[in-house]
Write a protein that binds this ligand. Structure first.
Ligand code: NDP
Length: 459
């Protein structure tokens, strides 16, 4: 039987676009449907505009630090509308590049929602017609999750709206302690808003190394972010001068905006997956095998909709591997271990490999190396600031299990350290590497003595 296409991709984000382009390069006849904007969450309302806003927020500190280096900076002012307009222009440019890359690769683009009707048929809603494909790829990503039972939840914004606010909020209340909550706390605080982060647990960034979590929070507090721990929201009301959030301890917080960043869920509703017989996990993600194949042999999924490692580069790698395997004849599965990651908080957190807690669970003998120091930039600026680096080593094999960094450039370092850790570098390899002087990163190759030797008693 012949189909209209070899591959129909639902979702024009990082994973879907990569899969479409690579499959087309292998000679497949490809179509892609996107109902919002090609580029997906990362490009349109995620990583990219977020990073631009992080850059914007860092100038306030740079202006302050300049004084210690002899500069007299006139009182600085910030214009939100200018930032948003310039950001929008850049996102439009990237959106256009994504579209032209797709079409240049020979893929057909449908600006429409697409719904699966059966294992080989997709309905293009905007054109009210169906097309058929040998293989369907679900790459619909995720969407912010909100507790809809919370009174007043309709007043809050999520990461979908925060990039398009018409005015800069002067007081911001943020719910959640994960990537998005912590990054936006840094952004709004840096831009001059009174910022409070409210988290149900006792420390931000669950899942990261405990010492680094506390260190990032401490540095954020020094910069003026307020934290409220072990409380949840009980209601949010609109009042004449903004919003009033009431917390579970009875206290209230006033804000011009309340940003909820309480996690994301896979976007699997209303695209015909159940009807086609595609099995989902309890969290609503498409269940896939190591090649990305769902319970229906002609339907695959990549990226956040599979709820594995929900990061853009992982989705891109999954999309690429899928296209190579299914259309290029090169089966390859994606290695989801040793994924370096960064939180673009202020200060940044960059990490690869195991946390101290996880390393101590998994290995009997772990040596902990640590450097905590004042970065050189802070000497003349006088800023009260620390940088923290931590290396975890399996004392038996000398292999580096994890590296965690807080401070300037931590994300850039995590990328490079990811190569070393993935290759199985030992502490001796780090030690044998010549330092680059004067840098903060040279600490990574000059830590000689463990600060702790974690030993598990033989049972
Ligand atoms: P995260 O999963 O990082 O964090 C969600 C936060 O919300 C956690 O602190 C969680 O608490 C809290 N939470 C969850 N449910 C509730 C609830 N019912 N009530 C109160 N709090 C709750 O999600 P984000 O929304 O911050 O980000 C989504 C994903 O996007 C991330 O997981 C990441 O994969 C990706 N991302 C990556 C970035 C990067 O690479 N720099 C940047 C931004 C996003 P608890 O910890 O207690 O469960």
């Amino acid at each position: 039987m012949t189909h209209d296409y070899d591959l129909f991709v639902i979702g024009g984000g990082s994973g879907g676009v990569r899969a479409a382009r690579i499959a087309a390069g292998h000679g497949a006849r490809v179509a892609l449907a996107e109902e919002f904007r090609v580029g997906g969450t990362c490009v349109i309302r995620g990583c990219v505009p977020k990073k631009l806003m992080v850059y914007a927020s860092q100038f306030s500190e740079a202006f302050e630090d300049a004084a210690g280096y002899g500069w007299t900076v006139p009182p600085a002012s910030f214009d939100w509308a200018t930032l948003i307009a310039h950001k929008d222009r850049e996102i439009d440019r990237l959106n256009a590049i994504y579209i032209s890359n797709l079409t240049a690769a020979g893929a057909a683009l449908f600006q429409s929602r697409a719904v699966i009707e059966d294992p080989h048929t997709v309905r293009i809603l905007a054109e009210d017609r169906t097309v058929t494909a040998r293989v369907i790829l679900v790459a619909t990503g995720g969407t912010p999750w909100l507790d809809l039972s919370l009174p007043g939840i309709e007043h809050v914004i999520t990461s979908n709206e925060v990039f398009y606010l018409e005015e800069m909020p002067r007081r911001v209340v943020i719910a959640g302690g994960g990537y998005i909550a912590v990054e936006f706390a840094g952004i709004f605080n840096g831009l001059g808003a009174e910022t409070t982060l409210v988290y149900r647990g006792g420390e931000i960034l669950r899942g990261f190394d405990d010492e680094l979590r506390a260190a990032v929070r401490g540095e954020m507090e020094k910069r003026g972010v307020a934290f409220r721990f072990n409380v949840i929201f009980t209601s949010i009301e609109r009042q004449a001068d903004g919003l009033l959030a009431t917390l579970s301890d009875g206290t209230t917080l006033a804000g011009d905006e309340v940003l909820f960043a309480t996690g994301r869920r896979p976007s699997t509703e209303g695209i015909g997956l159940e009807a086609a017989g595609v099995a989902l996990t309890a969290r609503g993600a498409v269940k896939v095998d190591h090649e990305g194949r769902s319970s229906v042999p002609s339907i695959y999924a990549v990226g956040d909709v599979t709820d594995r490692v929900n990061l853009t580069p992982v989705a891109i790698r999954e999309g690429h591997a899928f296209a190579d395997a299914v259309f290029g004849g090169h089966p390859a599965s994606v290695d989801h271990t040793h994924v370096p990651t960064a939180v673009f908080s202020h200060p940044e957190l960059g990490t690869v490999g195991l946390t101290e807690g996880d390393a101590a669970q998994a290995f009997a003998d772990v040596d902990v190396y640590k450097a905590s120091f004042r970065p050189m930039l802070a000497t003349l600026s006088g800023r009260d600031e620390r940088m923290l680096m931590k290396i975890l080593v399996d004392a038996r094999s000398d292999r580096v299990l994890g590296v965690h960094i807080m401070g300037h450039g931590a994300a850039e370092l995590a990328q490079v350290l990811g190569i070393a850790v993935r290759m199985g570098a030992t502490k001796a390899d780090f030690d044998a590497t010549m330092a680059v002087h004067p840098t903060a990163a040279e600490e990574l190759v000059t830590m000689r003595t463990p600060v702790a030797r974690l030993r598990r008693e033989a049972a």
